[in-house]
Design a protein. Sequence first.
Length: 467
Amino acid sequence: MNTFFTTDTLIESTYLVATALFILSLKWLSSPVTARRGLFAGEAGMVLAIGGTLLHAGIIDYKLIAIGLVVGTVIGIPLGNVAMTAVPQRTALSHAFGALCVTVVGTAEFYLRAPDISPFMMAVLSMEVILGSLTFTGSLMAAGKLQEVLSQRPITYKGQNFVNALLFAIALVVAVILVIHPDQIRLFPIMIVIPLIFGVMLVIPIGGADMPTVISLLNSYAGLSAAAMGFVLNSKLLIIAGALDGSSGFILSVIMSKAMNRSFTNVLFGGFGQIQATASGAKEAPPVRSATPEEAAGILGAASKVVVVPGYGMAVAQAQHKVRELYDSLTKRGVDVTFGIHPVAGRMPGHMNVLLAEADIPYDKLLEMDQINGDLAQTDVALIIGANDVTNPAARTDPTSPIYGMPILDVDKARTVMVIKRSMAAGFAGIDNPLYYLDKTLMLFGDAKNFVSNIVRELTGGSGHGS
């Protein structure tokens, strides 16, 4: 009886339950209805994984571990208390921290084991360190772009792709040499430094419009590096968790690229998002029609069907709660209000869904692009709040446009289009939107939160909450 309940058995049982919880977490997170359950499952799985690891007999002193837990908690709590608009860059920082951890652990394992390392173990360790290093700096660059500490526009130069390929090739050559000759310890720092540089060079030519795909791709790299670390540490749980993270991030990247009708190579090396220079002597943009909150409220109040298209402008203005008030005001008048969500709207996958769910918009009113596009031709008003490129009809009509072929929300098919926007500035893709110049389009210039609040006030006869 006592031999059955050994520490090793308890650890393995804990890991088994943690693995099951990680798998269920991913499954439940795929739906807004079960997402909260999925979050709790993932948290419980991680607690069990940490608890099981702390039971290992190989741990000599718990003092440093306790210090690490305290320091991590002190840093983690304020990092978790960020505005919804900062969640994408916060996610990028999480990828950076995880990748740094993987790189440090891999480095420690190499110097502890060298030169007595088998070719397989050295190959896995090299993969761990290379992916970890480039993910660390790449994630920091992504966070900087998302936070607008760095320019969101692509930073490109002639021969950039060649330089990047050369850097990565050098790192791989060093890794091969170490696999064959693990006693060449002096080469190991090169295998860390070059991917660190490569991570920076990989992300700086990528524009803000591609950040959702970059975030999910970096998530994949972080997961794969963690899986490699699992082989190095002989941890089945880490291998499984890393594989789940890596594969889900890769699949999500594929979905995001498909949503933009672009390939990985185009995302990573295309320099997408540069401001498009207009030809010399090009004609001036045609005038636009604008409307006041009073006029917008009158049009919305008289409509039968309204589709709201949220974008990053809504997130920046933190207007989701005012949008909820607008939804309530219109539905009380008998207006059918739904929300059209583009897969790459915002700064990360699911960004708009999370914001609207936070404002308690009913889940069944959040419709994906494929679901809503068929209804837009029968829609009285399409109200766009800060979404630029995902509503740009040039993606369908202009073969010279950099977003040509990208699936978009067909808002131009609605009877009336209203766009809440601060100015006529281009979106992340750096191109003009011909939607704004259509006769059926009304531009509502101003801060999204204030403008929606004023519309609500007009609809409710001055009884709205205001801004």
